[in-house]
Design a protein around this ligand. Structure first.
Ligand code: GLA
Length: 387
């Protein structure tokens, strides 16, 4: 965390929240955003995902206040919220990511008393890079330190996911919170979202680079059809389970079963995506090990096609960006994250991104009246205390 971020955070706490007799020392924490290389919309279907943390972070300053009150300040929204009660706020939606963590922690019997918290960050919001999960995991980790919880990072991830599911109201899977909690620099994690077993893998393709294009179509998963997709996956799973009781998640099904299980046309398409994604994820992990960038790229294109046609979570703008890059002969491109807008991940030879982006930027803004953005990133560390 840079000195100026620390100073801004500390002075916000002291300027905005007046002293109390028993203020604790200020401690600093940060949590990253994430990309996902492959395994999209499978983390609530027991599938394999391959995400990594990126060097865009949300930074927090926190102290106990001895007041039994939560005094919260968002530097980016220049907005404060003070409450004794842990209730959902319609007016200050950003506060729910924090209060949701408090609510879940208390329901697990973990001690949470009054605290002051200020935060700021550079993870683009609504861009599919998990800015909200970064707040949840960052807050859960910070609370675990200031209130001395005995808890692992894996459990922090589950707590943060529960906050999103129960308090914020998005029925997300475990991928984002998990990678943000456990990530290491230079590594992706391969995570089995059913058993939560995971391992670290390098993302190293010499001569090639990954980068992100933000479509600038902002999505809120709460208002999108995200929760509906999850319901369809759940109903497809229970139909498959009726026919084959050993099949507990859709990722364990096969094509024969999904054809016989009496799925609706939509459920069937969702299932086709999930089964296809299982083999794409395995292929990508193997191809990365073999340093076969071409094969990785082909799987990215085919993942996008499936997200767009079978899972139906893309949109005109991200479809356009992916097709545009295909016509420029990049190795691969696909939408990432929840979808309905957000970012496209591109894999190409090193050195072409600026030229390609300036060309895309013009055509994109002529067609959609929107400003695309490019984000270069490196793979970063998960949640941490910044000394
Ligand atoms: C969002 C959710 C994740 C995951 C992705 C899609 O980022 O938070 O749990 O479902 O969408 O892969």
């Amino acid at each position: 965390m840079t000195l100026s971020i620390r100073e801004n955070l500390s002075s916000s706490l002291s300027d905005i929240f007046p002293g109390a007799s028993s203020l604790g020392p200020i401690r600093f924490f940060s949590a990253p955003g994430r990309v996902n290389i492959i395994g999209e919309h499978v983390d609530y279907a027991g599938g394999l995902v391959f995400p990594a943390a990126i060097d865009f972070r949300t930074n927090f300053a926190i102290r106990t206040n001895g007041l039994g009150t939560f005094r919260l300040y968002s530097l980016d929204f220049q907005s404060e919220f003070v409450t004794k009660d842990v209730i959902y706020s319609e007016e200050k939606p950003w506060a729910n990511y924090i209060l949701g963590v408090v609510s879940e922690a208390r329901s697990l019997g973990l001690r949470v008393e009054g605290f002051d918290l200020a935060f700021t960050g550079n993870i683009p919001q609504g861009a599919g890079l998990s800015s909200s999960a970064a707040v949840e995991v960052g807050v859960a980790f910070a609370l675990s330190k200031i209130f001395d919880w005995d808890i692992t990072k894996e459990k922090i991830a589950l707590l943060a996911q529960a906050a999103e599911n129960h308090f914020v109201g998005v029925n997300c899977g475990i991928m984002d919170q998990f990678v943000i909690a456990v990530a290491k620099p230079s590594s992706c994690i391969s995570l089995n979202t059913e058993s939560l077993e995971y391992s670290y893998h390098s993302l190293d393709l010499p001569g090639y680079e990954f980068y992100l294009i933000d479509s600038n179509v902002k999505h809120s998963l709460k208002e999108s059809e995200y929760n509906d997709r999850r319901k369809e996956v759940e109903s497809a799973t229970s139909k498959c389970n009726k026919l084959s009781p050993e099949v507990k998640t859709l990722s364990q099904a096969d094509f024969f079963l999904i054809e016989k299980a009496g799925l609706t046309p939509s459920e069937f398409k969702r299932a086709v995506h999930i089964l296809g994604e299982r083999s794409r994820a395995q292929n990508v992990i193997r191809s990365l090990k073999d340093k076969n960038a071409k094969e990785v790229g082909e799987e990215l294109f085919s993942c996008h096609e499936s997200l767009s046609k079978n899972f139906q979570v893309s949109c005109e703008e991200t479809d356009f960006i992916v097709e545009w890059f295909r016509s420029e002969n990049v190795l691969g491109a696909r939408m990432i994250g929840g979808g309905f807008g957000g970012c496209v991940l591109v894999l190409d030879k090193e050195g072409r991104s600026s030229y390609l982006f300036s060309k895309l930027e013009k055509e994109y803004s002529q067609k959609f009246g929107l400003n695309a953005k490019i984000y270069k990133f490196s793979i970063s560390e998960g949640v941490r205390e910044d000394s």
